[in-house]
Design a protein around this ligand. Structure first.
Ligand SMILES: [Zn+2]
Length: 470
C-alpha cells in the first residue's frame, strides 16, 4: 500500500508533499542530534583503528576515541585540518594520501577538487556504497517540486572528476527524471534544445542564468510561454534579492539554491519548498546534517557563531568510508541560522541564500578587505549593467589602483551610462570602502558558464617592476 501511495503522490504535482526522504527530513532536532552522535562516535573509532592519517593525527594530539564522549569533546579535542594538511599527505603518500583509509582496490570512483585556490587539487577515493549514498540531489529537487518523469536540464560544462556533476548524473538516475546534459552546446543552442523538450527544471550558476536571460531576450524567447519551469536551482555564486525576484518573474518559476562541494562528495545543502527568496527576503539553505556534521565557526576564535552571524564552514563526513574528512575547514564564508528560523519544520540548521563566499576570493586593497560579492551587488544592483571586470594594479609611483570596466546592456544611452558610472563609483566607495575608477568597457567582456572570474590582481607584477627600476 505504501508503494501505491507513493506513486500516486509522485504523479500528482499539486499534492503538497515536499519530503523526498521523510525518514530524516521529518525527525525532531533531538533525534537528529542523537543520530549524528551515533554516527560520529562510530566514525571516530573507525578512523582511529583503520586510517593511518587520522591515527597519526590523534596520536600527535594525544587523544584516543575514549577521550571523545560528547560532541563538545570532539570539537575541543580533535584539531581542525586544512587543505594544506591534505595536500601534504597526498604529496607524501601519492596519489590518495594515507587518509584514503581503504585499499585502493575498493575505490570505484575518484573525485578531485577544481583547485580554485591554485595551490593543488585534493583527491578523494570513493567506494561503491559511497557513490550510491552520495547521490543526495533528489532531496533538493523534490523540495523544489520536481517529480519522477520531469524533464531536467544541466547546462554546466561537465567534468565528472568534480563531485557536483558526477553526483548530479547519478542523482538524475536515482530520482527517475529525464536529464539533459547540455554543457557542451553554445548558449543559443541550449535554449533551442530546451524549446523542443520543455524542461521543468535546471541547475545553473547565477552568472550564467543572467547570461541566458540576455540571450533569451535576443532570441525572442519567453520562458513562461516557451518552457514550463517548475523551479531553477542556483549554485556556485552569490546574488542579490532584487536579481532573484527579477529572474523569478522572467522565468516564471521559483528560484532555489543548493550548496555542495567535492569535499562533501555531493550536494550537502538545499532550500526547502520556500525557495531562495520567500516573501522577497533571503531564504535559507538547509544543511544535510544527517550525512555531514557542520560547524560554522568564527574565523578568529574558532568558536561556533550564533544564529544570524557569519563564519567558516568546518565539516565532518559522517557517512563515507573512502577519504573521510574530520573537521575540515572549507574556506567558505556563510551566514548561519538555526533550524528554528525556517517554518518548514525540517530539523536541519541553515545558511543564508545568495551569500556564500570563499575566503580566498577576498582581495586586500589599500589595507581593506574587499569581497567581489560586494562589488557585484553594486554593479548588478543597476538593471542597465550586464557584466564587469575589475583590475587591481600598481602605478609607476607605487600606488594601488582599481579599475572597473562596466559593460551595459544594449540600447542604453550615453547620458544614462555616464550618470550611472558616477553613481556606482560613489556607491562602491560607500559600500566597499575603497575608491575605484569606473569606465565603460571598450569591447565585449568575457561571459561565464560556471563560476565568474571577474578580478585580476596585477600588483605583484607592478611591484616587481618598481623594485627592478629602483
Ligand atoms: Zn525550510
Amino acid at each position: 500500500m505504501a508503494i501505491a501511495k507513493d506513486i500516486y503522490v509522485q504523479h500528482q504535482p499539486e499534492v503538497k508533499r515536499y519530503y523526498y526522504n521523510p525518514a530524516v527530513e521529518c525527525i525532531s532536532r533531538e533525534e537528529l542530534l542523537a543520530l549524528q552522535w551515533l554516527k560520529l562516535k562510530k566514525l571516530v573509532e573507525h578512523v582511529y583503528h583503520t586510517n593511518k592519517f587520522y591515527r597519526n593525527l590523534f596520536t600527535k594530539n594525544k587523544i584516543t576515541p575514549e577521550d571523545i564522549q560528547s560532541l563538545e569533546d570532539y570539537r575541543h579535542k580533535v584539531p581542525i585540518i586544512t587543505k594544506q594538511d591534505l595536500l601534504n599527505d597526498q604529496n607524501e603518500y601519492p596519489p590518495y594520501g594515507l587518509r584514503l583509509g581503504i585499499p585502493e582496490t575498493k575505490v570505484v570512483h575518484t573525485h578531485m577538487t577544481s583547485g580554485t585556490s591554485g595551490i593543488g587539487q585534493e583527491v578523494y577515493g570513493l567506494t561503491r556504497p559511497d557513490v550510491e549514498y552520495l547521490a543526495t540531489w533528489p532531496r533538493a529537487w523534490y523540495a523544489a517540486g520536481i517529480r519522477r518523469g520531469d524533464v531536467v536540464v544541466n547546462p554546466f560544462p561537465m567534468n565528472p572528476v568534480l563531485a557536483a556533476p558526477d553526483s548530479l548524473i547519478s542523482g538524475f538516475a536515482k530520482m527517475g527524471v529525464n536529464g539533459f546534459h547540455l554543457g557542451m552546446y553554445p548558449t543559443h543552442q541550449k535554449l533551442d534544445i530546451m524549446r523542443r523538450f520543455k524542461p521543468h527544471f535546471m541547475d545553473i550558476s547565477p552568472v550564467y542564468l543572467t547570461r541566458m536571460t540576455v540571450i533569451c531576450q535576443e532570441m525572442g524567447i519567453d520562458p513562461k510561454k516557451d518552457y514550463c519551469f517548475k523551479a531553477i536551482l542556483t549554485m556556485v555564486g552569490s546574488f542579490e534579492v532584487d536579481w532573484a525576484l527579477e529572474m523569478q518573474e522572467f522565468w516564471g518559476c521559483k528560484l532555489h539554491e543548493g550548496y555542495g562541494s567535492t569535499q562533501a562528495g555531493s550536494l550537502m545543502g538545499y532550500t526547502c519548498e520556500n525557495g531562495s527568496v520567500p516573501n522577497g527576503q533571503r531564504g535559507r539553505i538547509h544543511l544535510m546534517e544527517d550525512i555531514i556534521l557542520f560547524e560554522v565557526l568564527d574565523r578568529e576564535t574558532r568558536e561556533p557563531v550564533k544564529s544570524g552571524e557569519e563564519g567558516e564552514v568546518v565539516l565532518t563526513t559522517l557517512s563515507r568510508s573512502g577519504s573521510p574528512l574530520l573537521r575540515f575547514a572549507m574556506d567558505d564564508k556563510v551566514r548561519y541560522f538555526s533550524y528554528k528560523e525556517c517554518d518548514c519544520g525540517r530539523p536541519f540548521d541553515t545558511i543564508e541564500c545568495g551569500t556564500i563566499a570563499r575566503y580566498d576570493d577576498m582581495i586586500k586593497i589599500r589595507g581593506m578587505n574587499v569581497w567581489p560579492q560586494a562589488v557585484d551587488s553594486v554593479i548588478f544592483g543597476h538593471k542597465e549593467t550586464s557584466e564587469y571586470q575589475g583590475r587591481v594594479y600598481v602605478t609607476e609611483d607605487g600606488r594601488e589602483e582599481v579599475l572597473v570596466q562596466v559593460e551595459f546592456k544594449q540600447g542604453i544611452g550615453d547620458q544614462v551610462k555616464g550618470d550611472l558610472i558616477n553613481r556606482m563609483a560613489v556607491e562602491l566607495k560607500e559600500k566597499v570602502g575603497v575608491s575605484m575608477t569606473l569606465e565603460e568597457a571598450k569591447e565585449e567582456l568575457p561571459k561565464f558558464e560556471f563560476k565568474a572570474v571577474r578580478w585580476t590582481d596585477e600588483r605583484l607584477k607592478g611591484r616587481q617592476k618598481i623594485a627592478w627600476r629602483l
